[in-house]
Write a protein that binds this ligand. Sequence first.
Ligand code: MG
Ligand code: ZN
Length: 223
Amino acid sequence: MKIKIVENVLRDNDAVARTNRERMIDAGLLALNITSAPGSGKTMLLEKTIDALAPEQRCAVLVGDLQTTRDAERLAAGAAEIAQINTGRGCHLSAAQVCEGLAGLKLERISFLFIENVGNMVCPAGFDLGEHLRVAMLSTPEGDDKVAKYPTLFQPADVILLNKIDLADILDFDIGRVRSDLERINTRAPLLEISAKSGAGLDAWIDWLKLCRENLTGSGKMD
Ligand code: MG
Ligand code: ZN
């Protein structure tokens, strides 16, 4: 019986996710679901990403957090629009929560929507939010074994970001191990080595984002 309940929850979630995706395609925006462990640098990545894309590209953020609005406050400076989703005890975002968040945004005026998922390497992977692309991020302090340990996070990713690359040597982080694990789990997604803090590698990430939006909408610019 329990298994059936879980199946129903996922089926309902997928239906809402499909509606979210259609709404966002109609509005001409590219939506990305950012997944990672807590502390790997999602919020700082978004701060730097929005800095690099604005003002030419209008960016909006949906921030999922258990309790606080701290991430939303950090991102409010650069983002054109921002909506906070407090998940309470929930350890992942659901499509229904994203649907509620979308209601507070002027979708037609947005080029990129970044959904910062709750920091968690397990269940966010199982919930389609209606995003167009999935981002999985790993940071070097978490250890070079995490791709093999949490394959469900990395399997559906369209791009994999390896953050805090500036600490790789200090931490004896073996990038080769990540690459060889990804050869078994996901050969489709590019692996981008970045440091959100120093800015290293961010150009390739920004280029990738712009290219993906061009592919979705047939134009790199909204207005
Ligand atoms: Mg954050
Ligand atoms: Zn969860």
